[in-house]
Ligand binder design. Structure first.
Ligand code: CUA
Length: 192
């Protein structure tokens, strides 16, 4: 319909109104698309130029032979600055160590990696939950409020033995933990 043909006082030109509304919304949608594309370009360039600073890489082929994750260095220890660090290695289909002792009511930093496939672990119903990817060191800090024992299953499908891959975490009182580490003992699980 031609708008010029509508006499004065006639009902509004519904075609013209619809066309104007369509143009308005096309403009709004266009702005949203431009914003999304701009965000994609910005984040893509930023991630390429500045990878996350906490990415730590490690050579999975010689983990057992040299460096932080040799067997004698696995388990829980107190760093010179007082931080409690639990180190572990995941491999098809077990964790090393099989049982980790940590103190209650103290921040504990887990440092872990994998020798083969992508694994993961979750500690009981706590928020300790991380993926272990070969070539990278995963870190996670959490505080266990109560003493007790948790199961720590692998929660990332890693092969035919996945469902049998799990370890335990024993949370003991802080003073007991400190007494045992002060004696220079390597803190290992005790059966209760
Ligand atoms: Cu390791 Cu699933």
């Amino acid at each position: 319909m031609n708008a010029a043909a509508v006499p004065p006082g006639a009902p509004p030109d519904s075609h013209g109104v619809a066309a104007a509304a369509e143009r308005r919304w096309a403009f709004v949608v266009g702005i949203i698309i431009v914003l999304l594309v701009a965000m994609m370009i910005f984040t893509g360039l930023q991630w390429a130029a500045m990878p996350p600073s906490r990415v730590e890489t490690i050579d999975p082929r010689n983990l057992h032979v040299t460096g932080e994750f040799v067997e004698s260095n696995l388990g829980t220890s107190v760093a010179p600055d007082g931080r409690v660090i639990a180190r572990l290695v995941a491999q098809q289909y077990s964790f090393e160590p099989q049982c980790i002792v940590v103190p209650a009511e103290t921040p504990v930093t887990f440092r872990g990696t994998s020798t083969d496939a992508v694994h993961g672990f979750i500690v009981g119903t706590t928020n300790a939950n991380v993926m272990l990817v070969p070539g990278f060191v995963a870190t996670f800090t959490t505080t266990f409020r109560k003493t007790g024992e948790h199961l720590m299953p692998c929660h990332e499908y890693c092969g035919t033995g996945h469902e049998a891959m799990w370890a335990r975490v024993q949370v003991i009182a802080l003073d007991e933990f400190l007494t045992r580490t002060r004696r220079g003992e390597r803190v290992s699980c005790v059966s209760r």
